[in-house]
Design a protein around this ligand. Structure first.
Ligand SMILES: [Zn+2]
Ligand SMILES: [Zn+2]
Length: 250
């Protein structure tokens, strides 16, 4: 088992070394502010832009985490979502938006480690990771996994799980229906697109457990709610959600 997992890691390691070498030899411009990158800065984004991230702070809605709300937001007061609470690290804008794009769509895995450090340094005060039995990244369909080469939420979840010493669950829930990318659709189509996309494979592992779902970004919340609704079928004790970024309408 050990040698098998090492073999699987090697191509990724070469890729990261290659990416580092390219960035070091040809330091281009910052992808956010377009100033020249120093050779000592992190790849693709300058130090100033990394320091410009808008991290979220309380007060926020007790349930959905909408910023600048005390108690419950109007929507949660009328029709609460299926999870216990949802928290996010930062607003989805400028640096975080570009970093997620580079990482997820341009496959710059080299940024994952820095994003994980940002998350672990800014875990919300009311979201203690060690209180969960499992961390569960939102699954992607195997066809998308083949295309992208990795699940961005799994990479982030592994970094969070490792730092907190909490096990990660990657095979208890699958995305059994291939869907077009949510980001390519309008709001109504997104909801239809994601219905019944997930399926529990290991209900016994989930039963009576406290689960923290990890995703890179929350926009409408349809995907996460679909995951949560499927997980409830296995009677877990608690389901909360943590995302790296959120849009303001999320
Ligand atoms: Zn910059
Ligand atoms: Zn709310």
């Amino acid at each position: 088992m050990g040698s098998k997992s090492i073999k699987l890691q090697v191509p990724h390691l070469f890729r990261e070394i290659f990416e580092t070498a390219v960035v070091f030899l040809y330091p281009a411009n910052c992808r956010v502010c377009e100033t020249s990158l120093e050779v000592t800065s992190l790849p693709y984004i300058c130090v100033t832009c990394w320091q410009d991230i808008q991290f979220l702070e309380p007060p926020w809605c007790d349930i959905c985490g909408t910023p600048n709300v005390k108690g419950l937001c109007d929507e949660c007061a009328v029709s609460p979502p299926p999870y216990g609470k949802l928290r996010s690290i930062a607003l989805y804008q400028t640096t975080i938006q570009q970093a997620i794009h580079l990482f997820k769509f341009e496959k710059k895995r080299i940024l994952a480690q820095h994003l994980i450090q940002l998350i672990n340094a800014h875990i919300p005060v009311d979201c203690a990771i060690t209180e969960y039995d499992f961390i569960l990244p939102v699954p992607i369909h195997k066809r998308r996994l083949w295309g992208r080469g990795f699940n961005q939420s799994t990479l982030l979840a592994k970094g969070i799980a490792q730092a907190a010493g909490v096990p990660i669950l990657t095979d208890a829930l699958v995305r059994h229906r291939h869907t077009v990318a949510q980001s390519s659709l309008g709001i109504e189509a997104r909801q239809r697109n994601i219905i019944d996309a997930f399926k529990i494979r290991k209900p016994n592992v989930i039963r009576d457990k406290r689960i923290l779902i990890i995703d890179d970004i929350i926009t409408t919340g349809f995907t996460v709610c679909e995951v949560v609704n499927e997980l409830w079928k296995a009677d877990p004790a608690e389901i909360d959600v943590l995302t790296l970024a959120r849009t303001l309408q999320g």
